[in-house]
Ligand binder design. Structure first.
Ligand code: AMP
Length: 473
């Protein structure tokens, strides 16, 4: 279940894609943009607020189309045909309230000393405000409240250097979690933050290359997965092929654990770990930790499904689809009528009465943020006749803000205010169980080494100035 957050700050939960086609491989003028479209389509779960694609043609001219809404709503065949060029980058941005954020939509296209560049970014810079102030003092102007524009301005400041060198200098300036794709004349570039917080992978197309936030986008467009972009690496793709620059080296790794828990698609493999496998292992671990007596295991679709399968397999309790999800919730949703808003989660989920009536249910979800979704689901299941509802959560309590690109903020986190019993009472479940931090680590390959788990333990791998967070409730 996605949820809607208030947004007036540079926070991004996003997906990015980049496509490079060799001259000989171009079948029709807008093939790169079309390929980026299909890539974005596969990354839709990473952002439903806005979508955009920019393509650079042989004269170095960059054209962009971006709008609020789902990928399929934003792009028609005619719009894609208006984006010629063999290099394209695309972006999807997460759902927020209000429809007036088009200015913040990406890719960002700008012109600097060395020509036009299209830039798309997933992640958050923790020193965004400081950098923005510094740039403003030097005379930069800003049109958006995104940190992507700060990156563009930094690149422009270093325009005396080649793009790769300007990027290295920019990477030294920026702190946080980021995955960038840039299209410039004849070149596609991918950049990943030095700790590998945000994901980015490289694939091979017939006659070209593709960069994407998740490997599921590569599968969708028929690209072969080559490898993950390494933390701190710049990948330059041009007529010579792929050149790798080890821009910022760090022994430390801090891959975002929340990608595995909630954000990424189960058919993706990020940094060597398949998301479905990780979620099933977390569900199985949860079954070992809880050992509940019940009739059926019911997932909250879709984000709880893999963990519920793991739970059911480990416990021997049958898996049942007790909730149906409407998968076609799109932009129309931004301003529903008050009456519809009152129906809340029912717009997305409805219980299957025949399955849940009279049963003792283990309800599996990936995480709890504010607790409002779970509260509504539990109440719906009871109305549909469930005898008991035990909520099991396939992650530890989320009690610290994320500053690196997963859009969760302390004031909204129920686990930062209440203990487990308080949360259970709020949600109205018969019992509530979270996965332990150790259990989460044991479910991930590599025993949990090299992950950012700051949202659970408050230990931030990239220091965040002025942050003093409370502990868990
Ligand atoms: P709630 O507890 O009502 O705020 O909603 C929790 C649900 O939102 C979880 O079960 C996830 O499916 C989903 N979720 C978790 N983290 C996020 C996030 N950072 N942004 C959007 N949705 C999220």
């Amino acid at each position: 279940m996605g949820h809607v957050l208030d947004d007036d700050k540079p926070c991004h939960e996003c997906g990015v894609v980049g496509v490079y086609l060799a001259e000989a491989a171009v079948g029709e003028p807008a093939e790169a943009a079309r390929t980026a479209f299909y890539g974005l389509f596969a990354l839709q779960h990473r952002g439903q607020e806005s979508a955009g694609i920019a393509a650079v043609d042989e004269n170095g001219e960059a054209l962009v189309h971006k709008a609020m809404g789902l990928v399929s709503e934003v792009f028609s065949p005619a719009v894609i045909e208006g984006l010629p060029g063999r290099i394209a980058v695309g972006h999807v941005r997460y759902s927020t309230t209000g429809g007036s954020r088009l200015l913040n939509a990406q890719p960002l296209v700008f012109s600097y000393l060395r020509g036009m560049v299209a830039l798309a970014h997933n992640g958050n810079l923790v020193n965004y405000l400081e950098l923005r102030d510094r740039l403003a003092t030097l005379g930069s102007v800003f049109q958006t409240s995104t940190d992507t524009e700060v990156i563009g301005n930094l690149l422009a400041r270093y325009s005396q250097d080649r793009l790769e060198d300007a990027l290295i200098k920019t990477m030294i300036d920026v702190k946080g979690g980021y995955a960038l794709v840039l299209a410039a004349r004849d070149t596609l570039v991918g950049v990943r933050d030095p700790l590998g917080i945000r994901p980015l992978c490289l694939g091979k197309l017939e006659g070209g290359y593709v960069l994407a936030s998740e490997s599921c986008a590569l599968d969708t467009i028929g690209a072969e997965f080559l490898r993950d972009v390494a933390p701190g690496e710049i990948v330059v793709i041009d007529s010579r092929g792929v050149t790798s620059l080890c821009a910022l080296q760090s022994r430390q790794r801090a891959h975002c654990v929340f990608e595995y828990i909630y954000f990424a698609r189960p058919d993706s493999t990020l940094d060597g770990i398949n998301v479905n496998r990780a979620r099933r292992a977390m569900g199985a671990q949860l079954a070992r930790e809880t050992r509940l007596q019940a009739d059926i295991v019911v997932p909250v679709p879709d984000s709880g499904t893999s963990a519920a399968l793991g739970y059911a397999a480990e416990s021997g309790i049958p898996f049942e689809e007790g909730l149906m999800k409407n998968r076609y919730v799109g932009r129309t949703f931004i301003q529903p009528t008050q009456k519809m808003r009152d129906l809340g989660v029912r717009l997305k989920l409805n219980p299957v009465a025949e399955v849940v009536a009279g049963r003792r249910i283990i309800l599996v979800d990936d995480s709890i943020v504010r607790g409002t979704t779970s509260r509504q689901i539990v109440s719906m299941l009871r109305t549909a006749g469930a005898r008991e509802v035990h909520l099991v959560v396939a992650s530890p309590p989320t009690c610290h803000s994320c500053y690196y690109g997963i859009d969760t903020h302390l004031p909204e986190l129920i686990a930062a205010r209440l203990d487990v019993e308080g949360i259970r009472a709020f949600i109205g479940a018969d019992s509530l169980h979270y996965l332990s931090v150790e259990g989460m680590f044991s479910a991930l390959d590599r025993g949990g080494e090299g992950f950012c788990v700051a949202c659970f333990d408050g230990r931030y791998p990239v220091p965040v100035e002025g942050v003093r967070e409370g502990g868990c409730g």
